[in-house]
Ligand binder design. Structure first.
Ligand SMILES: Cc1cc2nc3c(=O)[nH]c(=O)nc-3n(C[C@H](O)[C@H](O)[C@H](O)COP(=O)(O)OP(=O)(O)OC[C@H]3O[C@@H](n4cnc5c(N)ncnc54)[C@H](O)[C@@H]3O)c2cc1C
Length: 448
């Protein structure tokens, strides 16, 4: 790898004449585009704080992407891709400096198949823009992060995992969501490849380490006019039981969030009055609202029907779910951080045991998800930062009690997942990035 100022100067000279390519060299741009939301993790913050791109480029076409890629490959300069930079583990932070490539100008929706709803879309398209265009055809996204207004579709596939919709559609890596990719290889003579679902899979959640995605083919769902329902529950076990009963009922759900009453108290005022209760937030199909009422009243919970979602406004239940809960709590008090896990069944014993030890420093936030075809609860608990040792003790206790941890305080793809090197991800890197220049340091299976 060559990160010398001379190599950078030569690269700049080579890229200046390229059509449809912006070159950004101002210090403020180099800083701004070398960061994401990694400060949610006090472990990662000091590790990423000083990482800087040496050059930022913004291509407006696939041809311009190819020109940048060829130049970086010839000069052996690291290249890191950036969608909207909303990742929260530093996925798009250039650990080794080099070039950061902003993918946001490649944003056309190329085709929506009228019969199947399958969409082909360029990587930089914002999820909100894609969802709006799908709505015109009676379709919607199956899965989206709570950052769906600002995040790009390419960044979601490469860096995200699931979110709103996971209660029905599981996770991004479940077969059937990603149907194909257009990929540019990082070679002196780059190739533009069209990968079918099986070949595309290793690039799904690989942090852009094993191929540059320029377009994606995704399945979609029939559009539903989601209704927002908020249910206040007198105790935690009622809230958990209600969420589970809703997940198991014959109603269509798009979101099922369970919040501890201390989190409800920390949410913005627009989220509704705090009655001192634990809360279940649901996006439910219009014909399921009555059933939710029935299930809630049988448990002694109080339903507030907020009516159809006006999702253009940015203050709906979506913005109180997934990591937006963490965002709101951190706005109140930045000493909150968080964890991510799939809870074992039954769920309550683990939560009770850990709450006993952690008290007010561990607040439960659950999300209903579909996992391996069944209804499960994932947890994104708020954790008061008390140092790395305390966090590691908590992670170890969760594992001992049967939770599967997806650690948001680590750098590599593997450590954030199940800790296992995925041979197919590494094999794809060998084919698409033989010199190992893409987002170096993030794929553990690739030797340094
Ligand atoms: C408040 C908050 C809430 C969040 N909620 C969720 C959630 O519910 N679910 C979830 O999964 N995530 C969530 N996230 C994380 C993040 O917002 C999402 O994963 C989002 O989809 C990332 O999109 P982005 O465009 O910002 O990607 P970026 O952050 O720019 O990039 C993410 C990764 O993708 C790579 N990448 C970007 N573009 C390309 C490309 N064209 N080709 C190859 N690789 C590429 C980058 O190098 C990086 O490794 C949340 C984050 C925050 C701060």
């Amino acid at each position: 790898m060559d990160r010398s100022p001379q190599a950078l100067q030569a690269l700049l000279k080579e890229l200046e004449p390229v059509e449809g390519l912006d070159l950004l060299t101002a210090t403020a741009d180099l800083e701004r585009y070398s960061r994401d939301a990694y400060d949610y993790s006090p472990v990662l913050e000091p590790l990423f704080r000083d990482c800087r791109a040496q050059l930022v480029v913004r291509p407006h076409s696939v041809d311009a992407v190819v020109a940048v890629t060829a130049a970086c490959a010839r000069a052996r300069i690291p290249l890191t891709l950036r969608g909207s930079g909303t990742g929260n583990y530093g996925q798009c932070v250039p650990l080794e400096g080099g070039v950061v490539m902003l993918m946001g100008e490649l944003r056309a929706v190329r085709e929506i198949d009228g019969a199947t709803g399958v969409v082909e879309v360029e990587c930089g398209c914002l999820l909100k823009d894609l969802d709006r265009q799908l709505a015109d055809q009676g379709r919607q996204l199956r899965l989206m992060p709570s950052t769906w207004r600002s995040a790009s579709v390419g960044g979601f596939i490469a860096g995200g995992s699931g979110g709103i919709g996971s209660v029905r559609w599981g996770f991004l890596r479940d077969p059937g969501h990603l149907l194909g990719l257009e990929v540019v290889t990082l070679e002196p003579q780059p190739r533009v490849l069209h990968l079918k679902a099986t070949e595309a899979e290793p690039l799904n959640h690989a942090y852009g380490t094993n191929g540059i995605i320029t377009a994606l083919t995704l399945s979609t769902a029939a559009r539903v006019d989601w209704h927002q329902v908020s249910v206040d529950c007198p105790d935690w076990s009622t809230a958990v039981t209600l969420a589970q009963r809703c997940q198991q009922a014959a109603v269509e759900l798009f979101l099922c969030t369970v919040l501890d009453r201390r989190i409800v108290a920390g949410l913005p005022a627009w989220s509704g009055p705090d009655q001192g209760c634990h809360r279940v937030l649901l996006l439910v199909g219009p014909d399921g609202v009555g059933t939710v009422h029935r299930l809630a009243s049988s448990l002694g919970a109080t339903v507030q029907d907020l009516g159809p979602e006006a999702s253009h406004q940015g203050n709906g239940l979506r913005e109180l779910s997934w990591n937006h809960t963490t965002l709101h709590m951190r706005q109140q008090d930045p000493s909150w951080t968080y964890l991510q896990m799939l809870l074992p069944q039954p769920e309550l014993p683990l939560m009770e045991s850990l709450s006993e030890r952690w008290g007010d420093d561990l607040l439960w936030h659950l999300e209903g998800v579909r996992h391996a075809g069944g209804s499960r609860l994932a947890a994104l608990p708020l954790v008061r930062w008390q140092g790395k040792d305390a966090l590691e003790e908590l992670i170890a206790s969760c594992r001992e009690l049967g939770a599967v941890i997806f650690n948001p305080h680590v750098i590599t793809v593997e450590d954030g997942g199940l800790g296992i090197v995925d041979g197919e991800q590494v094999a794809a890197k060998r084919v698409h990035d033989p010199a190992g220049l893409l987002n170096p340091g993030k794929l553990k299976g690739w030797p340094a």
